[in-house]
Design a protein around this ligand. Structure first.
Ligand SMILES: [Zn+2]
Length: 299
């Protein structure tokens, strides 16, 4: 399963310069946490429940609009107010709690998990784009599109997306799986996270001036010292937590299959048969989706 898979619901990112309605939902982020409704199902406070604030429209899923509060001090003040009021409320009343923003991906309903995830990327971008990187002046939001522009020098700042590749490398009927060196850290939105300790695939960012296929060849050579051929696109998914769009490719070892791992990044790399793959059907990521497709004989 992948994060963006919320069918039959539809994510609508196109910018709309609209004011919030009472029933619209609010993605309130403060200090890497998100304010959610207490309970089994993932849910968010509404504009009505928060009251007057400086809202910014983010996106819609079907007909449900999602807003946020961009100013970090204002967001934190409202978060404190909601959580304190919840603690003092009568039994049975609506309560709000703080949730680490990265953990939304494990929750359901899926469209609310995706909203919470995409919101981290958009709100993070807005918060980093308050000032012009060229001249330092305060930026303003475009009236017509999702873009911050500088009234002083004309600089235009669009949300950045970092394209990356994830590579399934085959040698005969076996797939190469890797394990990150625990020292290797993932940097996202300026914050450090421990890389996952479970098995992964060769992956990396596409560099400036490079095609996705060239990135595949370079990353495979850098991480495991293999030459590859028959590079073919497989599937893609947005990964908002690192601001990425992940393109997955499949390829075959070209010639010598001797693995030489990049030890700073990886602690292990080995070819595995379908039977040797663990069940990762419960996970939400492109890596686990590829591994599941391999394990179940779908590729
Ligand atoms: Zn400027």
């Amino acid at each position: 399963m992948m994060l963006h898979e919320i069918e039959p619901k539809k994510y609508r990112v196109e910018y709309r310069n609209v004011a919030p309605e009472p029933k619209d939902k609010v993605l309130l982020y403060s200090a890497q946490e998100l304010i959610v409704r207490e309970g089994e199902a993932l849910g968010y406070p509404t504009v009505e429940e928060i009251g007057k604030a400086n809202y910014r429209y983010l996106f819609s899923i079907d007909e449900t609009a999602y807003f946020s509060i961009l100013d970090e001090n204002e967001a934190e003040d409202i978060a404190v107010r909601l959580v304190v009021a919840s603690a003092e409320s009568e039994p049975g009343a609506v309560r709000f709690v703080r949730l680490p923003e990265r953990s939304v991906r494990y929750l359901s309903p899926r469209e609310e998990a995706y909203a919470g995830a995409v919101g981290t990327q958009l709100v993070g971008w807005y918060r980093r784009s308050r000032f012009c990187g060229r001249c330092g002046a305060k930026t303003e939001h475009s009236e017509t599109e999702r873009m911050m522009h500088c009234p002083k020098c004309g600089n235009m700042i669009y949300p950045e997306i970092h394209p990356s590749v994830i590579v399934g490398i085959f040698h005969g009927d076996r797939l190469l799986v890797t394990r990150y060196n625990p020292k290797h850290m993932e940097v996202s939105n300026g914050h450090l996270f421990k890389a996952p300790v479970h098995e992964a695939l060769v992956a990396g960012y596409i560099e400036t001036g490079e095609t996705a296929e060239e990135a595949v060849e370079r990353e495979v050579m850098e991480e495991v010292g293999l030459k590859v051929k028959n590079i073919r696109f497989y599937r893609d998914t947005p990964w908002p937590f690192s601001g990425s769009l992940l393109f997955s490719f499949l390829c075959d070892v070209d010639g010598d299959p001797t693995i030489r791992i990049e030890e700073d990044e990886l602690s292990m790399a080995v070819f595995k048969t379908r039977e040797e793959m663990p069940d990762r059907s419960k996970e939400v990521s492109l890596t686990s989706a590829i591994m599941e497709d391999f394990r179940l004989g779908r590729l």
